[in-house]
Design a protein around this ligand. Sequence first.
Ligand code: SF4
Length: 125
Amino acid sequence: MLQPPHSSLQVAAVPAQREPVRDRDQDAPWHTEAVCRRDEAGLFFAPSKEPTAARLSREEAAKRVCARCPVMVECREHALLQPEPYGVWGGLTAAERRVVLARRRRRDVELKKTARTTGRIAAAG
Ligand code: SF4
């Protein structure tokens, strides 16, 4: 797992055995342009035992930062491909990323079914 661009992440929500690998991808071009490189407000990761209302408010604030970030698309794709299990990345929460990944898996299954069907029809024709 990449060290998030938001460098002062609150690791309370990240189990010790999942400590981020700090050097991997650190020099990726998108990473250096991250608006959140210094997350003084601790917006991007949940502190332990965060109440729901506080979490929702914090996540919305993080998403507002992401919305003005020039590397939001790259960051989001990175978080989806890893996948990053915690925090707000590319304007999406972890739960939202799980939904996107599930949709992509369903889409891939449908595309494979269509390709098989199309191949059978072409072979028969
Ligand atoms: S999109 Fe958000 S989480 Fe990603 S680098 Fe930009 S500000 Fe940080």
